[in-house]
Each structure stands twice: as C-alpha cells, then as structure tokens.
Design a protein around this ligand. Structure first.
Ligand SMILES: [Fe+2]
Length: 141
C-alpha cells in the first residue's frame, strides 16, 4: 500500500498535527522503498527508529488533544484511538527488534500491516477526533 494514499482528503486542522502527518508520510515512503530494495538492514533499522520516535511524539500530541474533549461523552473514541496508537507503536518496536534478530524478510512482508493501520488511524480516528475537537471548540487552533 502506498503510505501517501491517506493524504487525499484529510487535513486535521491543527498546523503541527498536519505537519507531522506529512513527515510520517515522507518517512513511510522511504521505508517502503527501502523494503522494496531489500535493505540495507542497518539503514532500515535507522529509518524505523526515526519512524517510531516520530509516531510516538505524534500520537502523544494527538492524545493531548483528546484530553481537551469531553472524557465521558467520547470515552469509546478515546479508548479505541489510544489502543490503536499503542498497537501501532508496539508493532514498529517489535519490527525493529525482529529485524535485528534476522527476521528481515518476515518483517518486510508484514510491514504493510503498519501502513494500513496508520491509514485507518488517520482516515477514521484522526478525522473523528478533528470533528469532535472542532465541534467542542477545544484543542485545535
Ligand atoms: Fe495522526
């Protein structure tokens, strides 16, 4: 899957979050190209580590926005969105460990799962969060 396909219709409406989404897409494309070219592994590990750190910061920023919306009214959104963030971060962290243990091909074949999960996160949960935050006039500039 092309990691850029989720740029199409989504602008979160928060300059920093939108900038981070662009950065995530750019690094995602580099990782996809590196996997397609079969390496080199140290470079992919470096790119995945950068990707992990960027995602971690990005998810943390989104979760700060979640703190500004009604916690009771949107509990199901908040719980599910946080859970997906955690699941994506765990996947990328384990991918780095697994490549270091020699499972390059396995991770190369599994990694599209991370891109699909991110695409779903942005298309569904981020757009829902943006809608809620705009409606409540909280957390977004
Ligand atoms: Fe996001």
């Amino acid at each position: 899957m092309d990691p850029s396909c989720w740029t199409v219709d989504l602008l979160f409406g928060h300059p920093e979050i939108d900038r981070q989404h662009q950065e995530i897409i750019a690094i995602g494309k580099e990782i996809e190209a590196a996997f397609a070219g079969n390496g080199p592994e140290p470079k992919i590990i470096e790119q995945l580590t950068m990707y992990y750190n960027l995602l971690k910061r990005h998810f943390s920023d989104e979760e700060k926005i979640m703190l500004n919306i009604s916690q009771d009214k949107y509990k199901s959104h908040i719980d599910a969105h946080r859970h997906l963030h955690e699941s994506i971060l765990n996947f990328v962290a384990n991918a780095i460990k697994d490549i270091k243990s020699g499972l390059f091909i396995e991770i190369k074949n599994l990694f599209p799962y991370a891109f699909e999960s991110l695409a779903y996160n942005v298309k569904f949960y981020d757009s829902e969060l943006a809608r809620i935050a705009h409606a409540e006039n909280s957390g977004l500039a």
